[in-house]
Design a protein around this ligand. Structure first.
Ligand SMILES: [Zn+2]
Length: 280
């Protein structure tokens, strides 16, 4: 496969809104690959409404509000690809391995998910095959195609979190998360003084101990590519203007961090950690 053919498998996914994964700008010149596992609140018809109440149907439990908009803004600014799930995290959480209970949670924070109770193995397998595998395969194919072409991908995964969790208010506004490979997170945190009005914290409001670094481990560390997970408080993503402002703030940290990473050597691989429970 020549480099010019390397993105051919994505042509279908770019345009098909019924596909479980969205791949935007696969041919982008930038080396970053933006992931958005919790981009969508869509629950495919075959799963009904999972037994959710109307009030919970669009809550942060179902998706990460604003995360796709920030992901897309970053991808546009960096001329790089974005890969986003088109299915709700409550059907399958693409940032969890299939063996993690939180991959198809029957309870998330204070919300019950009746449609996920007593799932048998066949039902679990169907969701793995129809939601998780296509997402992972899209990411893997893009990374492999770029590495094959001698390029050095960098992984940035974008999430949002609720300002109040289990009744506790969170002060952190931007979380910079990492697992064993902290190169990109360290470089971004070194730039935090450029946003003095923001509360920016390392591995907050979640960290690797919460099982939220599955994508970083699987697609970043195992491939030896620099990676970071961004968590943005969702009250700061209330409308399109706010989403764009936040994307620009993230770029204030990310652009100089990427510049400093260019000469970095690949990280060693690390074993995957079992996914835990959180709303990350
Ligand atoms: Zn998330």
């Amino acid at each position: 496969m020549s480099p010019s053919d390397s993105n051919a498998p994505f042509a279908d996914l770019q345009d098909r809104t019924d596909a479980p994964v969205e791949v935007w700008n696969a041919d982008g010149a930038g080396e970053v690959i933006v992931l958005c596992e919790h981009a969508s609140n869509h629950i495919p018809q075959r799963y009904g409404d999972l037994g959710l109440t109307a009030a919970h149907r669009n809550s942060h439990t179902v998706w990460d509000p604003g995360a796709r908009a920030v992901s897309l803004a970053l991808a546009k600014a960096l001329d790089c690809p974005m890969i986003a799930s088109r299915v709700s995290r409550l059907v399958y959480d693409c940032n969890r391995p299939p063996e993690a209970p939180s991959a198809m949670p029957s309870r998330s924070e204070v919300i019950e998910v009746p449609g996920n109770r007593a799932l048998d193995q066949a039902a679990r397998d169907e969701r793995v095959q129809s939601v998780y595998r296509p997402f992972c395969e899209a990411v893997t194919q893009l990374i492999m195609a770029r590495q094959h072409a001698g390029r050095q991908p960098v992984l940035v995964t974008v999430h949002s979190f609720t300002p109040v969790y289990h009744g506790t208010t969170r002060a952190v506004e931007i979380g910079i998360l990492h697992d064993d490979d902290s190169r990109l997170a360290d470089a971004m945190l070194d730039e935090a003084a450029a946003l003095p009005h923001r509360q920016i914290e390392r591995n907050s409001p979640y960290g690797p101990e919460d099982g939220v670094t599955h994508s970083l481990q699987l697609h970043g560390q195992r491939n030896g590519i620099a990676n970071v997970m961004l968590e943005i408080r969702n009250d700061l993503l209330a409308d399109p203007e706010a989403e764009q402002t936040m994307a620009e703030e993230v770029l204030t940290l990310l652009r100089p961090a990427l510049d400093r990473l260019e000469a970095a050597t690949p990280a060693t691989t690390a074993p995957a950690r079992q996914g835990g429970s959180s709303d990350a």
